[in-house]
Design a protein around this ligand. Structure first.
Ligand code: PXP
Length: 236
């Protein structure tokens, strides 16, 4: 299973003082040297962590695989087609949210998203769609010709009762099997950490995990190199 490390929260720490450190580009290099398969970052409409200049420098630096999370709108399509990440992950975005709260509602935005997917793919960028583990949503992802999906694991990660954890896990498993059969690549992410990732590893259809907050949180205490290597040790 591949690991994409989301480095948004390196920039969150910088923005706490609106200064120049820590630099997300330095973090991207360290993740790469520690063996991460790729770097993930989210350019949000409000630029609360990663900004346009970070993205430009990250693209210049990251030679492995750059996955840009973004909202599906004209401004972001313009930026992506200019910067050319290896992949875009389309996510829902609300200004007030602390973090991405759920998958995209592909059913209700089908025509709009089909156009966005087409424009990104025409520019040579692979397109992933962040969705809840819901078969009817995933069906639409293949109908609008996304290359892959990223299954939202946030409900699984937030579940407390054993019965809820099992229920959420089974949804992720069923969604992964369905997506793979539909010809979609399958990745997963959100809220995964050094403990709850273990069960997710049993799902063979999932090819990649995108993990941010738990790795960066551990990095504050043990260093980024060790934090990335420890996660790789669990998932490889
Ligand atoms: N995948 C997507 C689509 C996300 O929006 C995020 C959060 O930016 C992540 C993965 C990583 O989530 P976390 O920071 O909880 O590991």
């Amino acid at each position: 299973m591949r690991l994409g490390v989301n480095i948004d929260h390196i920039a969150t720490l910088r923005q706490a003082r609106k200064t120049y450190e820590p630099d997300p580009v330095a973090a991207a290099i360290l993740c790469d040297l520690a063996g991460a398969d790729g770097i993930v970052c989210h350019l949000r409409e409000d630029r609360r962590h990663i900004n346009d200049e970070d993205l430009r420098r990250i693209r210049e630096t990251v030679k492995s695989h750059l996955n840009l999370e973004m909202a599906g709108n004209d401004e972001m399509v313009r930026i992506a087609t200019n910067i050319k990440p290896d992949m875009v992950t389309l996510v829902p975005e609300k200004r007030e949210e602390l973090t991405t709260e759920g998958g995209l509602d592909v059913i209700s935005m089908k025509d709009h998203l089909r156009d966005i997917v087409f424009r990104l793919k025409s520019a040579g960028i692979k397109v992933s769609i962040f969705v809840d583990p819901d078969i009817s949503q995933i069906k639409q992802c293949s109908s609008i010709e996304a290359d892959l999906i990223e299954i939202h694991t946030g409900h699984y990660a937030n579940a407390v009762l054993e019965s809820d954890i099992i229920e959420e896990f089974e949804k992720i498993r069923a969604a992964s099997v369905y997506a793979e059969k539909s010809g979609l690549g399958v990745s997963a992410g959100h809220g995964l950490n050094y403990h709850n990732v273990k069960d997710i590893l049993q799902i063979e259809e999932i090819e990649e995990l995108n993990i941010g907050h738990s790795i960066i949180s551990r990095a504050v205490l043990v260093g980024l190199d060790r934090a990335v290597r420890e996660m790789i040790g669990l998932i490889k």
